[in-house]
Design a protein around this ligand. Sequence first.
Ligand code: ASP
Length: 447
Amino acid sequence: MENIVCKFGGTSMADGNVISRVKKIVEADAERRYVVVSAPGKRYGADVKITDLLYAAVNAAKDGDVATFEKNYSKISERFIGILKELNCSAEFTEEITADLAEIKNRIVSEKEEDYAASRGEFLAAKIMARLLAVPFVDAVEIIFFNADGTLCEKTYEAVYARLRNVKRAVIPGFYGRGADGRVKTFSRGGGDITGAVIAAGARASLYENWTDVSGFYACDPKIVSSPQRISSLSYAELRELSYMGASVLHSESVFPVRAAGIPIHILNTFRPEEKGTKIVAAHSEKTDGGVVTGIAGKKGFTVITLEKSLMNAEIGFAAKVLTAVAEEGIPLEHMPSGIDTLSVVLESSRLAGGVKERLIEKIKKETHTERVFLHENISLIATVGHGLRGCIGASARLFKALADEGISVITIDQGSSELNIIVGVEDRDCDRAIAAIYRAFFSATA
Ligand code: ASP
């Protein structure tokens, strides 16, 4: 018998109607044992996610802005009470959730803890789902633990196993656990996907189903190319590259717990459960889609700092000095393309705001005695990803010809020797056109 962990995202929990769909999906298969849920998300484009309302409420509480706090908190309460009505929940259960809402409100006001506040959307959504399915609610603070540095604590997996081993079915709230100081701590935004993966690994699941509002991964963003090819199967490594570069179907960190345990992920659409979705499997062990390129994703908002110094190649430790300066500013390095006498660092522009950029450049100049420093801002990075690129002659020629034919100038190029990914940097204004051009070059039959 399979042991499936299924995670439902915010749009799958957005209102009573869609929550009823979730119930049907879970109950359709006895092997769907552990259900992880997000807080109610958007019902329509201009709607506000419960998590965003909770952040707004706690920030207002911190600022002592009572009116804004009250306004946001009433929206949260109304949303949950509305869901209970739509689901025809009993008066007794409605009273229980109303009491929870009042207690949460008091705690936000008195403690003003951001992570606690943000986590309550998932907490309440999971309680409602558990009641609807008539299965136990298992709070994430009992089984998911963080180290003091914010990383996931290894004892989590044993705790999940021990708690769920004899529980046939359960609902667990996503997005949070218990921090090293005993308080509620959240993952980064969208972290319900990570919870699902952690529960799957801890419960020794055979499959991790991630239910969302799209039918899986597409070869590129459907907002850029209409009806792009759906990816039926991709590897963990390809998923990581694509989701890191902006393919937002799944949190990029959710791959680690399941990859270590060899558990496949299946992305499925709550609104179209009959569609096949995308399977994510171990690299090479199962065939991925087989084409040269599996997918293309791009992200805007990078800055390239290029240093030029004669005989840089012969100077031992040059790159180390640059990287130390970047690290000392607490900025993650995205890429580092280099030539003989040039070296560029690609950094996220948002990390360079508020004078950081100027300080960093000064520091680099001083430490490396480099005078010629060029800055290229508003750069997009576009990743063309696929195991098929390995050893494929002419793939990069096709990619660069496509960009040249579109009249797009390439500012940086980066390809590791794993040949899983070719990354090009282009001006932000060329980003979407570049993605479309690369898509056409590799998927022309369907473009
Ligand atoms: N509710 C959280 C967020 O909006 C986490 C999640 O949905 O996975 O980021």
